[in-house]
Design a protein. Structure first.
Length: 322
């Protein structure tokens, strides 16, 4: 597969999620774990391809059975893995998760290969062939060398006039005691992005504003061209700096919301990649609302199934189920 002007590149983590199948227990008491492919940028790639688009994944996994499983998972759904590096020195990153009796997560994160992606390992010419570059990693901003590599690609994309999408993907478990540092790095990303997707919690954390409209305005002042704030069943508040409105979602019976935000992003970028100049869509508020409503439907469809990658719909399912 060859990257082209209609493809979307996503850079970040690809990892193994081990979900505890025992109900209401701490990890220490769990016995049955199910292996699944995970990583927000990989989920976005998968959503784009399932909808009929072209996606390229850039990142690093271990040259081990888990890394090969992850590569095969993306290959099987026809995500371009030309920029996926198999690391001989570090194992594949893994996350172990259980849901305790009180509904809270018990979480252990064993970081591996994804943290060690360096600038000299990246094929910049291939990366910049894509029309849109998406930065939605939950781990990339944590530490160097990946942190500096990640921000370098974002700066280069901005300099090259590429359309930049950014989802800060805050995970409280990963940023304990370091939230001010996360805010600082997230603001750097926002200043370079054309499209921002955040949850209402992330908007409040990063902007320091309790009022959503004030938080969105703070993002625009940093440089964001458009801001989408996902509000669960209430829909998505979208702003292009001139107008703002909450676009409704569709009514569903939610079973599992895992991956819904990534599916929303993938659906949005898939639609934007179909036009020659995505920024024109952002400027046309009525068209932007149409795009966001369609993306809301895709995110809702994901909530009707269990799993992230396995729950991603194709266009026929979007139309028929929602």
């Amino acid at each position: 597969m060859v990257a082209n002007s209609s493809s979307i590149l996503c850079i970040g983590e690809l990892l193994i999620d081990f979900f505890c199948k025992d109900a209401g227990v701490h990890l220490a008491d769990g016995h049955i774990f199910e292996k699944q492919a995970g990583g927000a940028p990989a989920n976005v790639c998968a959503a784009i391809v399932k909808l009929g688009g072209k996606a390229v994944f850039a990142g690093k996994v271990g040259n081990d059975p888990f890394g090969h499983f992850l590569k095969k998972t993306l290959d099987d759904i026809q995500v371009d893995t030309s920029l996926l590096i198999m690391d001989n020195d570090h194992p594949t990153t893994m996350a172990f998760v259980s849901v305790k009796a009180d509904g809270e997560r018990d979480f252990v994160f064993n970081r591996g290969a994804d943290a060690f992606l360096t600038e000299d390992e990246l094929d910049y010419s291939y990366m910049m062939e894509s029309s849109i570059l998406h930065f939605g990693s939950a781990t990339a901003l944590l530490d160097n060398p990946f942190q500096s590599s990640y921000l370098h690609v974002m700066k280069l994309a901005k300099e090259k006039g590429k359309f930049v999408s950014f989802d800060p993907n805050f995970r409280a478990d990963l940023w304990k005691g370091r939230i001010p540092h996360f805010i600082e790095l997230a603001k750097q990303g926002i200043s370079m992005a054309d499209f921002i997707k955040v949850s209402d919690e992330e908007l409040r954390i990063i902007s320091g504003k309790d009022d959503l409209e004030e938080g969105i305005e703070a993002f625009h002042q940093l440089g964001a061209q458009s801001v989408a704030v996902t509000l669960g069943k209430e829909g998505t508040m979208i702003s292009n700096g001139q107008e703002a409105e909450t676009v409704p979602s569709v009514k569903i019976r939610s079973i599992d919301s895992t991956g819904a935000g990534d599916a929303f992003v993938g659906a949005t970028l898939y639609q934007l990649a179909k036009v020659q100049n995505p920024s024109q869509v952002l400027a046309d508020f009525q068209e932007l609302k149409r795009v966001i409503y369609s993306s809301n439907k895709v995110g809702a469809c994901v909530c009707t199934k269990i799993g992230a990658l396995s729950a991603l719909p194709n266009m026929e399912e979007v139309y028929s189920m929602c």
